[in-house]
Design a protein around this ligand. Structure first.
Ligand code: UDX
Length: 465
């Protein structure tokens, strides 16, 4: 059989790139060739030397259509989405046509036989199929969040969504199958709430719903999750798709080569700082790659963390509180500062979570961070910021029991109390560790995710035969 070559195309954001690169690493580990598509902007930020160590991996790039100095933060996601669609489709079509052509095969890579595109890039799936290349969708978010988006049309029909401004957010939502007993209005993706300023529906909600529905056109939908975490959501999604594969948590699949994922420079110095602390004595704080917080929220977090009394390692991206506030922040950090605090722009998060000194993880409950915390058995305190994070944190607090959900509250007393509980509760630690063992069984030989990954490899090979 001719060698199989998969083109992998993520949304150009850190959380999407990470899980799709781990997926690419899994394909490389199984002997396949991979072309991984970055935007030109992001390709300039990744460690190309590390990438070159994998001979069957090729990094490619497309323009995202934005000037280099245009922000690509959370407030500007709509610009990026619009720009990708208006300016990215023509170069993507050309790129795909070029990797199908014979001259690429001469360069050592066989022609592309299959595309795996981010489910939030439906055009990448449609164009591939138009060119005769079978395309699969990959969602980097949790299956429970995708099920919530798929349920939105029904929720709208029965009046459960949109959620009016001022509504009781603790009321249960009945229309998401399998979650009737615990899913509250506040746990739905934030876009399900009417926007307070304008009292209207966020257009992003319709886009996310349409994109989720669109995955049914792909040959299959792949999730970076596992049956033991999200079996019920997966079972409800499966009948709506052509096929579904749950193959995660991909970052923990050991056979895969390590690929360069970070768009920021990791501050490795924090590992030596952790070495100087006793077991389970440090709180790790990171709100991911997109969340931005106000100065007031920063102050509440800082006071709560100092009040809890434990050492903490805090990732504060330079764009997280606004560049203009950086001086104020530094003053506050210096004023509160002692050797118990370490602040970094960006950390080697997976290594940090694996470190024996880390006792709990204050996280925004992004899907990658949630999975990374789950695999290491570290109790979580979740402060979800947007999108799928709201529902992920509900699963942490009410279904899996490996952490606490601090949703919609940012008060120093609550931060302090929850951090203390996560650091000190034997019950919480036990639940987190039991969950970690369960998920590790899924990715071990014969486990559900391993078996699903093997089925996916056969599926791809058959599609391309
Ligand atoms: C968002 C969504 O919340 C997520 O669910 C969706 O699938 C992608 O977009 P993001 O804010 O990037 O994600 O969070 P998360 O999914 O947790 O991804 C962040 C990644 O950056 C993690 O893999 C984490 O390990 C990494 N990271 C974060 C670092 O390597 N260093 C840091 O200092 C902080």
């Amino acid at each position: 059989m001719a060698p199989v070559h998969v083109l992998v195309f993520p949304w150009p954001l850190q959380g999407h790139i990470n899980s799709m690169l781990h997926f690419a690493a899994g394909l490389l580990g199984a002997g396949l060739h991979v072309s991984f598509v970055h935007t030109e902007h992001n390709l300039r930020r990744v460690d190309l030397v590390k990438a070159a160590a994998s001979p069957r991996l090729r990094l490619m790039s497309l323009p995202d259509g934005l000037p280099d100095d245009h922000p690509r933060s959370v407030d500007d996601l709509k610009d990026l989405a619009k720009s990708l669609i208006t300016t990215g489709t023509v170069p993507y079509r050309a790129l795909l046509a070029s990797v199908l052509a014979a001259d690429t095969a001469d360069a050592g890579f066989p022609p592309v036989s299959c595309v795996v595109a981010d489910g939030l890039l439906p055009f990448a799936i449609d164009i591939a199929e138009e060119l005769g290349v079978p395309a699969l969708a990959f969602r980097t978010a949790s299956a429970c969040s995708v099920l919530a988006y798929l349920s939105v049309p029904k929720l709208m029909e029965v009046g459960e969504v949109p959620i009016p401004v001022g509504a009781d957010l603790d009321e249960l939502v009945r229309g998401v199958p399998g979650m009737e007993d615990f899913l509250r209005r506040r746990d739905l993706p934030g876009t399900c709430r009417l926007r307070a300023e304008t009292n209207d529906v966020d257009p992003l909600l319709h886009i996310l719903v349409n994109y989720s529905v669109h995955s049914s056109k792909a040959r299959a939908l792949i999730f970076n999750t596992t049956v033991s975490l999200e079996g019920s959501a997966l079972a409800h999604i499966a009948p709506r798709m052509r096929d579904v594969f749950a193959i995660g948590p991909l970052h923990a699949i050991s056979a895969a080569p390590a690929l360069p994922t970070s768009l920021w420079r990791e501050d490795d110095g924090c590992m030596a700082w952790l070495d100087g602390h006793i077991d389970r004595s440090v709180v790790y704080v990171s709100l991911g790659s997109l969340a931005v917080i106000s100065l007031e929220q920063f102050t509440e977090f800082l006071s709560g963390l100092v009040g809890a009394g434990y050492a903490f390692l805090w990732v504060l991206r330079p764009d997280m509180v606004g560049e203009s506030q950086r001086g104020v922040l530094q003053d506050a950090i210096d004023a509160a500062g002692n050797d118990k605090m370490r602040v970094v722009d960006w950390a080697p998060q997976r290594d940090v979570l694996r470190h024996r000194a880390v006792g709990c993880f204050l996280t925004h409950a992004g899907w990658n961070s949630t999975l990374e915390g789950v695999v290491e058995g570290v109790p979580l305190v979740c402060w979800p910021f947007f999108a799928d994070q709201q529902i992920n944190s509900r699963f942490v607090g009410a279904v899996w029991g490996n952490g606490l959900d601090m949703k919609d509250v940012c008060k120093r007393a609550v931060v302090e109390a929850m951090v203390r509980e996560a650091m000190e509760s034997g019950e919480l630690r036990m639940s987190a560790q039991t969950l970690a063992q369960q998920v590790r069984r899924d990715i071990a030989d014969g486990g559900s995710s391993t078996t699903e990954f093997e089925r996916l490899l056969c599926f791809i090979k058959e599609l391309t035969a």
